[in-house]
Each structure stands twice: as structure tokens, then as C-alpha cells.
Design a protein around this ligand. Structure first.
Ligand code: DP6
Length: 352
């Protein structure tokens, strides 16, 4: 009987509040700007990955939610090559270590949320894959170091290596060795923060993030303004608002950055639309809510699709959820998670 080595890890979904949009190097997946995200609670949306390897396995295999998937994309291959070479370096220093770097891998990955829900799953997916193999290989690298491998799988994945509030520092070096995720604050720093996830549309987006951002880089003038004069300042301010637990500031910056990102999409040629009529209704609703409260109590953000994430503090939960419930009618029965609470609900189905 040949021995099978195995390790499992989970990684949660993260939602950017300062958006990554644009690559300066597509091979190494280096961004044109730094970004910030909030990682959701593991109880809510996460990927669980088990990695095993054995001298008896004949090829690398990958199962995603029970379905076999080919391992042939340059991104996945780059991640596996990096992890294997780190393991090989350990093995070269210690003869007693089994030569796991030479064995084929079997990777089994499962999301605890419907992939069809239209929520970005690649971030949690690559983060869990990298964490599980790093654990299997007993790599000494810390989360920031591993985030640089996850980044090559999918940019936003590097931020899912950490919980809580995370920054992806764009870095300056050409080899990408300083383009990594770092913790801004752990989740228990701001336990009052809540996230409401509104699944507006569960149809797969028609312009992927990868191609959408490259179109923006190539064609949008507004984008140049965004990366040179807007995001660098916002990056510093948003980190400060998190450290200071200044919700009004955090929310204002989050809203403005979502608007700025979607404006750059519209300014691309041909234009890209990710938000739909329901998304716009949600924006109006949040504005109404803030106007009625006389201060900012809720922030919206939209990724490359029509689904919204609303951030608010627990003390304002009744007001925020009350209004959403009134307008959309069927928001009830959400479960309390310990830190960040999320709830995904089909509000309305609209074609994009
Ligand atoms: C709008 O990380 O999916 O969600 O690096 O090409 O895989 P690739 O792109 P991806 O882009 C995410 C874009 C975003 C903003 C964000 O998460 O920061």
C-alpha cells in the first residue's frame, strides 16, 4: 500500500471596498493599484479544499463541487509550480522528507454557497487551494508570502489569505515580490460591522473581470485619473478609517470607490455595464436611508456584476434591514454569524 498524504483548509470570500481593477503585468498578475477588502465570516461563504498526494497518483486532478475540472490553465499551473518548488527546496535540505514535490496531486474543492449565485468564487477558491497545498507540503511561508502565489491564480484571491480587513499592496518591483496582501485589522477589531449580500442576479456575468479590466486599462481615460490621483489617497484614507473605526468615512470611501470603478467600466470602449436596474434601486435605497438618518449608516459596493454588498453597523440593523425588507419584501430568517453577518437572497432576477 502506498501512503497518501492529505491536508484540508478553508478560505472565505472577500469583498473589495477599494477595488482592484487593472493589471500592469498579466503574467504575474500585478495590479495597477492597491486595494482593500473585508473578508466575510467563514460561517457564511467559504471554500473548503482538501489536497492529497501520493506516488501512486498518475496525474494531477481537480474536483470542483463534485465535478472534475482539467488543470490546464496557466494560472493554476503557475500556482502549483510555485508550491512544488518551495516544497522541493525543503526536500533538498532534508533527506528524510518524503519527496511530495514529485508526486501528483488530487485536489477536491467545495463551496458552501451556490456557485450559480453569481458571487465571486475564484478568490476563495484559489486561496483555499494554495492554503491546503501549503499545509500538505508543510511550507514555512506566512500568509503574506502565500498570498503572492494566490495572486497568480486570481488577483483578488491574495486577500482571502487573511480574515478581517485586508490590503493588497500593489508593490513596485517588476518580479512582483512586493505585491502581496497584508492585514489592516483583524475581524474582532470591529465586531459591529455587518455585511448584507444581495444576490440580484445569479446568471454568470458576460464580461469576466479579467477581460473587463484589460479593456478598461486599454481604453478608459478616466481610469488613468483613477489610478494616478484617486486611489493612492483613498488607500491611505480607507486604512485609517478602518483603524479608527470611523464608519461614516469608511462608508463614504466605499461608496465612492464602487462608483468610480463602475464609471471606469462605463468609460471603457465599448462600455461595460455590470449593474442593472435592481442594482440602481439598491443605490437609491441606500441614499434614501442615509438621508433619512441624517448621517451615513449604510454603504453599498458592487463588483463585476449586479449583486450588492451593503455594509452597516449592528446598531443600525433595524433601520437598514427594515427598509430593505419593506422594499424587496422577502428578507427574513437570516442567521446571526459571530462577526460579520452575511445573507444572500435572491432579491429579483434580471437578465444583465
Ligand atoms: C471587481 O481577482 O477576479 O472583484 O485577477 O483577473 O482573476 P483576476 O481578477 P479578479 O478581479 C476582481 C475584480 C473585482 C474587484 C476586487 O475584488 O478588488
Amino acid at each position: 500500500m502506498t501512503q497518501i498524504y492529505q491536508a484540508s483548509c478553508t478560505a472565505p470570500v472577500n469583498i473589495a471596498t477599494l477595488k482592484y481593477w487593472g493589471k500592469r503585468d498579466t503574467k504575474l498578475n500585478l495590479p495597477t493599484n492597491s486595494s482593500i477588502s473585508v473578508t466575510l465570516s467563514q460561517d457564511d461563504l467559504r471554500t473548503l479544499t482538501t489536497a492529497s498526494c501520493s506516488s501512486s497518483f498518475e496525474q494531477d486532478t481537480l474536483y470542483l463541487n463534485g465535478e472534475p475540472h482539467p488543470i490546464d490553465t496557466p494560472r493554476t499551473l503557475a500556482c502549483l509550480a510555485d508550491l512544488r518548488s518551495l516544497r522541493a527546496a525543503l526536500e533538498s535540505k532534508d533527506d528524510k522528507l518524503p519527496k511530495l514535490s514529485t508526486f501528483k496531486l488530487r485536489i477536491v474543492s467545495e463551496n458552501n454557497f451556490p456557485t450559480a449565485a453569481g458571487l465571486a468564487s475564484s478568490a476563495a477558491g484559489f486561496a483555499a487551494l494554495i492554503s491546503a497545498i501549503a499545509k500538505l507540503y508543510e511550507l514555512p511561508q506566512n500568509s503574506s508570502e502565500l498570498s503572492m502565489i494566490a495572486r497568480k491564480g486570481s488577483g483578488s484571491a491574495c486577500r482571502s489569505l487573511f480574515g478581517g480587513y485586508v490590503a493588497w499592496e500593489m508593490g513596485e518591483l517588476e518580479d512582483g515580490s512586493d505585491s502581496k496582501a497584508v492585514e489592516v485589522a483583524p475581524v474582532n477589531h470591529w465586531p459591529e460591522m455587518q455585511a448584507l449580500i444581495c444576490v440580484v442576479c445569479d446568471v454568470k456575468k458576460d464580461v469576466s473581470s479579467t477581460s473587463g479590466m484589460q479593456l478598461t486599462v486599454a481604453t478608459s481615460d478616466l481610469f488613468q485619473e483613477r489610478i494616478k490621483n484617486v486611489v493612492p489617497k483613498r488607500f491611505i484614507e480607507m486604512k485609517k478609517s478602518i483603524v479608527d473605526k470611523d464608519f461614516a468615512k469608511f462608508a463614504e470611501l466605499t461608496i465612492k470607490d464602487s462608483n468610480s470603478f463602475h464609471s471606469c467600466c462605463l468609460d471603457s470602449y465599448p462600455p461595460i455595464f455590470y449593474m442593472n436596474d435592481t442594482s440602481k434601486k439598491i443605490i437609491k435605497l441606500v441614499n434614501l436611508l442615509n438621508e433619512a438618518a441624517g448621517k451615513i449608516i449604510a454603504a453599498y459596493t458592487f463588483d463585476a456584476g449586479p449583486n450588492a454588498v451593503i455594509y452597516y453597523l449592528k446598531e443600525n440593523e433595524n433601520q437598514v434591514l427594515g427598509l430593505f425588507n419593506k422594499v424587496f419584501g422577502h428578507l427574513e430568517g437570516w442567521e446571526k454569524a459571530e462577526s460579520l453577518k452575511s445573507k444572500f437572497e435572491i432579491l429579483e432576477k434580471f437578465p444583465i
